[in-house]
Design a protein. Sequence first.
Length: 163
Amino acid sequence: MSGRVFGSPMFLGFDHLEQMLERASKGNGDGYPPYNIEQIAPNGLRITLAVAGFRMDDLQITQEDNQLVIRGRQVEDGEEHVYLHRGIASRQFQKAFVLAEGIEIGGAWLDNGLLHIDLFRPQPEVRVKRIEIMQPSSTKTAAAAAGGLKPRSSRMLHKVVED
């Protein structure tokens, strides 16, 4: 038994999904900044990060392939401060979320120290394909139409027709 999640030969083409799961499990163990993920609609999510002290210019949101990456870097104002106690964090951060295929970013806004990012998944079109089973006598014409590919057996050739 291998350590792969989708090690079965019945799971074909799931390598990218396994890589996403691996990337998500490695994730950043740092809990800063704290965040919430809420479902705002049947096909909509909202990520809210607590970024008190950050201005819009200090924050950057990018989508890198299937990852949503939020970076924050506060720029010192140049003034000298003498702190008797410094309990407010002013450190940089990077938070990454792995997005499922088809997830789109609806928008982002900063409000009272909270950064909100809306995500949604458009409803996919339902596609139905009907596969026509050909008679052995018509396999020569279908093979020629398919670019000269010949089936190993005349019983293996199927024509795909989209409705």
